[in-house]
Write a protein that binds this ligand. Structure first.
Ligand SMILES: Cc1cc2nc3c(=O)[nH]c(=O)nc-3n(C[C@H](O)[C@H](O)[C@H](O)COP(=O)(O)OP(=O)(O)OC[C@H]3O[C@@H](n4cnc5c(N)ncnc54)[C@H](O)[C@@H]3O)c2cc1C
Length: 517
């Protein structure tokens, strides 16, 4: 329960019509996708929810929390699941009224956005001027601001459009004290074009690898890089996700490349990077994709050993979308790809021969719109590993996880994906590569929830034993407890940063620095 006096202060901060303590409203904030690692699926109920409309109102909310001994927890879209309250006495700061694209600077190729601008909308606006935005694997509904300032940032398009934390430029940040700090060129009054100066650069303090997940202030605006887009300004489409039809795209090509083994797959991936071709590049395992696209069909298929073998025979593969400003350049990229694949003993499947599938996958990957289908098969999913490392390390993470996933599949607590459950995109011409195992499980079954917590713990223990990069895991409190002592006590440094910037301890640090007893 929130005291009347504190509630009144929140009303004064944002206006009475933009604050609520109705239990029915508050409970709508308690289910936030895949974060729960255990049988429990609900997050804590906040004591109130506020909807500020400006930076000044966000400051007033933070100051009201300080004055009345409450904590705040920001929420941009809430797709991530780390945005719910993790403690008692938390005010949920729902930023959906801050939904403006402040500026698209076509010449300097960046956009300035507020928290509730979603990636799909930003992409549609950018495409009108021949530009595109990085969309993380979470899909078009995520907030580019939340991803770039406070979370991870991996996406299908990393080979060309990098990752959220590398695309972040100027930032406006309401600190836990309620003061505003402007980072990068914005901090010296020179506009939004750079994240690291002229002006203060605090990228590492502000977000590091995975971000503070709402535990270190509230970001109210930021600039993100935009990238070349050689497609139609307004792709003409009809239908929705799986029966979408897009007018033929002349400057794009979609290919699947299959290799005899992991070594040739990895070598070809590196060569693609060296050749500087590709707009989208990733391995998405066939079982995973089929479980997304056709869950019932996939379940039937797994009952037939010959079909299982057929799917596994195509295991070492990647999908690549090529994009070019001219047909000549597209032809060059295509020939280069064919030469690389053939040198490694592989073959190229050209999706020109399957126009309807090409259209679905083009939208699915350029817009990242297939990802939300991950919930279709079993209702929830969990990720293990998720490092950003070399291509060889990507393969290592795949192999280390495989026997674990095989066992869990036999135990029946995860969906059978033939232990080939990999999503592995690359970044910046394969400068780095990412690899995660995506486990599909039924969270309505409390046993599966319990098993999932144990499975994540086991995967992390194996990672530590084998000196693997912890990947995304480092956000969750249990994982932080395991990894921090073997990774230079990073959590102790995070605690120091938090103590320096949050003297009133007003932030909900559940997913930033807290460690369970
Ligand atoms: C199906 C699915 C797939 C996913 N795939 C990916 C993926 O491929 N790559 C990836 O990087 N992530 C992925 N995620 C995780 C997550 O969705 C993203 O990291 C995303 O950035 C967070 O979602 P959001 O934009 O809705 O932000 P929210 O859920 O609103 O917030 C995310 C976190 O940032 C904090 N936060 C939000 N806004 C602010 C703000 N303005 N100031 C300070 N803190 C703030 C929140 O408190 C929370 O801890 C996936 C999630 C789902 C559900």
């Amino acid at each position: 329960m929130i005291a009347d006096e504190a509630y009144k202060a929140l009303e004064e901060a944002v206006g009475p019509e933009h604050v609520s303590r109705e239990p029915a409203v508050l409970d709508t904030y308690c289910w936030q996708t895949h974060i729960s690692q255990g049988p429990e699926i609900w997050t804590m109920r906040p004591v109130a929810v506020v909807l500020p409309a400006s930076t000044e109102e966000v400051q007033a909310v933070v100051r009201a929390c300080i004055e009345h001994g409450l904590k705040y927890k920001p929420f941009s879209v809430g797709w991530g699941g780390f945005a719910g309250a993790g403690k008692e006495d938390v005010v949920q700061v729902d930023l959906r009224r801050m939904d403006r694209i402040v500026e698209i600077d076509e010449k300097n190729m960046y956009a300035v956005v507020e928290p509730f601008v979603i990636a799909g909308v930003l992409q549609a606006e950018a495409m009108k001027v021949g530009l595109n935005t990085h969309i993380i694997g979470a899909g078009p509904g995520h907030s580019p601001l939340a991803s770039a300032t406070s979370m991870m940032g991996t996406g299908w398009d990393g080979i060309y459009m990098s990752t959220s934390f590398r695309n972040l430029l100027g930032v406006e940040w309401v600190l836990p004290s309620g003061e505003v700090l402007r980072l990068g060129s914005l901090g010296s009054g020179s506009g939004w074009f750079s994240g690291d100066g002229p002006g203060p650069s605090l990228r590492g303090i502000m977000r590091g690898f995975v971000g503070a997940s709402g535990g270190l202030g509230i970001f109210t605006k930021c600039a993100v890089k935009l990238f070349n887009y050689p497609g139609p300004p307004k792709p003409v489409t009809s239908g929705t996700v799986l029966d979408v039809k897009t007018e033929p795209l002349t400057n794009f090509g979609l290919y699947m490349c299959v290799f005899p083994d992991q070594e040739t797959y990895a070598d070809a991936t590196l060569k693609v990077g060296e050749a500087e071709i590709g707009y989208i590049h990733h391995k998405t395992s066939h079982p995973l994709l089929m479980a997304f696209l056709a869950p019932r069909f996939w379940r039937k298929l797994t009952g037939h050993s010959a079909l299982r073998d057929a799917v596994l025979a195509l295991r070492n593969q990647f999908t690549i979308i090529l994009a070019a400003d001219t047909q000549r350049e597209l032809e060059y990229q295509k020939k280069t790809l064919e030469a690389i694949v053939s040198d490694q003993g592989g073959f190229v499947l050209n999706f020109d021969a399957f126009p309807s599938l090409q259209q679905v996958l083009w939208m699915g990957m350029i817009r990242s719109s297939v990802t939300p289908l991950v919930f279709r098969a079993t209702g929830n999913y969990m990720v293990i590993y998720g490092a950003d490392e070399t291509v060889d390390s990507q393969v290592l993470h795949e192999n280390v996880g495989e026997p674990l996933v095989k066992r869990w599949t036999e135990e029946g607590t995860v969906l059978d994906e033939l232990a080939d459950d990999i999503w592995a995109p690359s970044y910046e011409n394969v400068n780095r590569a990412h690899c995660e195992h995506i486990l599909l499980f039924d969270h309505r079954d409390r046993e599966h929830g319990r098993a999932m917590a144990e499975q994540v713990a086991e995967a992390e223990t194996v990672a530590i034993e084998q000196y693997l990069d912890p990947g995304f895991g480092i956000i969750a409190p249990d994982a932080r407890k395991r990894f921090s002592p073997v990774a230079q006590n990073y959590n102790e440094y995070q605690k120091k940063i938090h103590a320096a910037l949050d003297e009133h301890d007003v932030s909900d640090t559940t997913f930033y620095t807290d460690i369970p007893d």
